[in-house]
Design a protein around this ligand. Structure first.
Ligand SMILES: Nc1ncnc2c1ncn2[C@@H]1O[C@H](COP(=O)(O)OP(=O)(O)O)[C@@H](O)[C@H]1O
Ligand SMILES: [Mg+2]
Length: 371
């Protein structure tokens, strides 16, 4: 099949690499000014702005059988136009919900899924009223275009609120969230095929540095049956209620075993990269399988698996020479804090996995050195 991907970043790269193995062909839709380094050599790249009408874009993409996305910030009108010509998966409606924090939180609430307490400023309350209702600390996030901690503000006290309120005129639509006093952050990668077959990966435990994912450990430690059941219920509810097709990623807060959804991504996710080297069907392969109506493959690793992001740095030869380390390099230029690759590691037991992640972190991110 021919598959077109909206976006040209590392997720598009890894989707295409997985799909090439299965004999699929790819084309890519590039936004103006978007770097296409990651997908060089993997298929034709079409500049969105050169084709204002969906039929012309569909032709330029090589008449794909399926259009999918590697990011949520894609024009829904464009996807709807392409949906007249071929399958678009996930659906434009799922992408419309997930690209806006307000719509996403409201959709979760309507399905009875717990989130952080929140107020949407579009609905009328002022920033002041919303923060007073939710209390400090409060997280203020732009409804759109936020990632890796961008476009969000942590308000600890009335002074920080006043400083942000002073810029209100120039701020985008916002959602305010009360702080969740979580013990840890988890995520689940879930997949559903065109025919409705589902597969869930084990919960990952994620650690961040400066608001950016640094490591994932799989399966997350000490998950009770009740917590696992909550996660499975959340994932299945979303997949089934939305008739979702493809991989859906769910970021979760774990508060003493009770889960709240932090955010959703209608795509493969950084916290699922471990699956490339863990003896399972990777999240990338399962996304391709799901959107080409193939039953999802195995999601349960036999070993403990870990992932460490390479943020603005290249690992040295000694680190890469370790037998348990696999490099995934995105062929981007290295800039401070930029995700330029990741390494995956596996171990027979959890203690060994944690030791390896600690060793790799010490080698890559020496104590005290900024990202
Ligand atoms: N309501 C909240 N309570 C506590 N911590 C939060 C809350 N919202 C966000 N955070 C912290 O900030 C991080 C980034 O927020 P998130 O909404 O996931 O944005 P991004 O799109 O940048 O990943 C989260 O992973 C979490 O550590
Ligand atoms: Mg997040």
């Amino acid at each position: 099949m021919r598959i077109a991907i909206a976006g040209c970043g590392q997720l598009a790269r890894m989707l295409a690499l997985a799909g090439w193995e299965m004999g699929h062909h790819f084309s890519f839709i590039a936004d103006p000014d978007e770097s296409t380094d990651c997908v060089a050599g993997l298929g034709p790249v079409v500049a969105r702005d050169d084709y204002h009408e969906p039929p012309a874009l569909f032709e330029a993409l090589g008449r794909p059988n399926v259009v999918t996305v590697e990011k949520e910030h894609v024009s829904v009108a464009l996807l709807e136009g392409l949906a007249d010509h071929c399958l678009v998966a996930p659906s434009p409606e799922a992408i419309r919900i997930c690209q806006h924090r307000g719509r996403e939180k409201t959709a979760l609430q309507n399905l009875g899924i717990n989130t952080a307490p929140f107020q949407l400023l579009e609905d009328g309350p002022s920033l002041l009223t919303a923060v007073e209702a939710l209390g400090y600390p409060a997280f203020v996030k732009s409804c759109e275009q936020g990632y890796d901690g961008q476009n969000q503000w942590l308000l600890r006290d009335p002074d920080s609120l006043a400083a942000l309120a002073a810029q209100m005129e120039s701020l985008p639509p916002l959602v305010v969230e009360g702080a969740v006093h979580f013990d840890r952050e988890l995520s689940m990668i879930a997949a559903r095929s065109v025919s409705g077959e589902t597969a869930l990966y084990p919960l990952a435990e994620n650690r961040h540095r400066e608001g950016i994912l640094l490591t994932s450990e799989v399966p997350a430690a000490n998950i009770s049956d009740e917590t696992q059941a909550q996660a499975n219920h959340i994932a299945r509810t979303l997949l089934e209620q939305w008739s979702y097709v493809g991989v859906l990623s769910i970021e979760l807060f774990d508060e003493g075993g009770a889960l709240r959804v932090n955010e959703l991504a209608p795509r493969v996710h950084n916290s699922g990269h471990w699956s490339q080297d863990a003896g399972v069907t990777s999240q990338f392969s399962n996304h391709i399988r799901a959107i080409t109506d193939t039953r999802p493959g195995n999601t349960q690793p036999a070993l403990y698996a870990g992932m460490m992001n390479l943020l603005g740095r290249e690992p040295d030869a000694a680190l890469l020479g370790a037998a348990d380390v696999n490099l995934h390099w995105y062929t981007k230029s290295v800039r401070s804090r930029r995700k330029v690759g990741h390494i995956n590691v596996q171990a027979k037991d959890r203690a060994r996995l944690q030791q390896r992640l600690a060793e790799l972190e010490a080698a890559l991110y020496p104590e005290g050195e900024p990202l």
